[in-house]
Design a protein around this ligand. Structure first.
Ligand SMILES: [Zn+2]
Length: 374
């Protein structure tokens, strides 16, 4: 991974690059950014930059012996640790990240901006709770105490240290007094879930969310999404690159038509239209269903903002804005808030594995009632 593969974030890239160029790389750093802000991608690009022997234009060369290995997550001196679950017949206590390295490489190759849910699906976690266990911590200490193989440096990238639990205390000594030329990069999405003892010993690097235009350009150039749709997805994703890519890969990225046909069918209380709509939504993957309701939520939040300010400078496409203008004769602030609540509850219910058809049917009736209310 090279810095140039990550859109924007020039300040962070400069800050990290300068550390390496000046030979002042902190022993332990915490890359902190919300889900979808690209913290892991940044850590990968940074590790490549540290290892590269032909750095140029403030980036790794992508071509030297080290780059060829870091680009495939195959460098023997770059170690990875991340939350996992049980694998095959192996006992959970015996299972570590190493057992999942092929899956890890596949996932990064497919999409270096993946989120926790995508990772858990990729490793077939089902309902097992992931974590980073005692054996993993012991293995890390062992690995980092060995001599490096091919480089002068050793790097540990730990993705989501919030899954360490109290086991993390085992790593304190390593973080405080690391062996020479060893760099620890923790990539976290949630500061509150981190052990305070670890947090206080790391140098903090804040990773901001992406700008809408960065996401939009990325979707157009890398995912071949038409520009109008890319704009819609970028607005919805709100800086979260994982969510944006997830929606773009979804089977039905154009959610606005689905939302409108739902409102229409519910308003008319037309049983055939409602049933057709329910079967369309219930056949989508759980991720797509969640994304659809997230879209609905985004749409109505913008709608509410528009009712209150009549300011057209909101995160909606021209087509959506046209819909908003038309809808405002039918839906007032109170109704929009009621619908927002239903969408919020729907997102929570999807997480709880409820019967989706029953939920969609009940929600259609309620939304119909809200819309027809005088
Ligand atoms: Zn290189």
């Amino acid at each position: 991974m090279q810095f140039k593969e990550i859109p924007g974030k020039d300040e962070v890239k400069e800050q990290l690059g300068r550390q390496v160029d000046n030979g002042r790389i902190p022993h332990a750093q915490l890359f902190l950014g919300k889900e979808g802000s690209g913290g892991l991608a940044m850590a990968l690009a940074y590790a490549s930059y540290i290892m590269c022997e032909n750095r140029a234009d403030h980036d790794s060369c992508g071509d030297c012996n080290h780059c060829r290995k870091t680009s495939k997550q195959l460098h023997p001196d770059v170690h990875f640790s991340f939350p996992v679950v049980k694998i095959g017949d192996k006992k959970r206590a015996e299972t570590t990240s190493d057992d999942f390295l092929p899956k890890w490489r596949e996932m990064i190759k497919e999409n270096p901006f993946f989120d926790t849910n995508q990772w858990l699906q990729h490793i077939d976690a089902d309902n097992n709770l992931p974590n980073i266990n005692v054996k993993e911590c012991n293995d890390i200490m062992h690995k980092l105490n060995l001599m490096s193989y091919e480089s002068d440096f050793k790097i540990l990238i730990m993705w989501l240290p919030e899954y360490l639990g109290t086991e993390g205390n085992r790593l304190l000594k390593l973080i405080e007094e690391p062996t020479d030329n060893t760099f620890i990069i923790l990539v976290s999405e949630n500061q509150e879930m981190m052990l305070q003892t670890i947090l206080s010993r790391c140098q903090l690097v804040k990773i901001p969310l992406f700008e809408d235009n960065e996401i939009c350009d990325f979707l157009i150039n890398h995912e071949e999404i038409p520009s109008q749709q890319a704009q819609q997805i970028a607005n919805l994703a709100d800086g979260n690159m994982s969510l944006a890519i997830n929606i773009a890969h979804g089977e039905a990225a154009d959610y606005s038509d689905k939302l409108l046909s739902w409102l229409r069918a519910s308003y008319k209380l037309d049983p055939i239209e409602i049933n057709t709509w329910i079967s369309t939504i219930s056949n989508m993957s759980k991720d797509d269903q969640k994304n659809f309701f997230e879209y609905g939520l985004h749409f109505f939040r913008q709608f509410i903002q528009w009712i209150m300010t009549k300011n057209e400078n909101i995160s909606l496409t021209a087509k959506e804005l046209e819909t908003v203008t038309k809808m405002s004769s039918l839906i007032d602030l109170e109704k929009a808030e009621d619908i927002t609540n239903i969408l919020n509850e729907a997102i929570e219910s999807i997480h709880r594995n409820i019967n989706i058809k029953i939920m969609l049917f009940a929600d259609s009736l309620t939304i119909g009632e809200i819309l027809r209310k005088k």
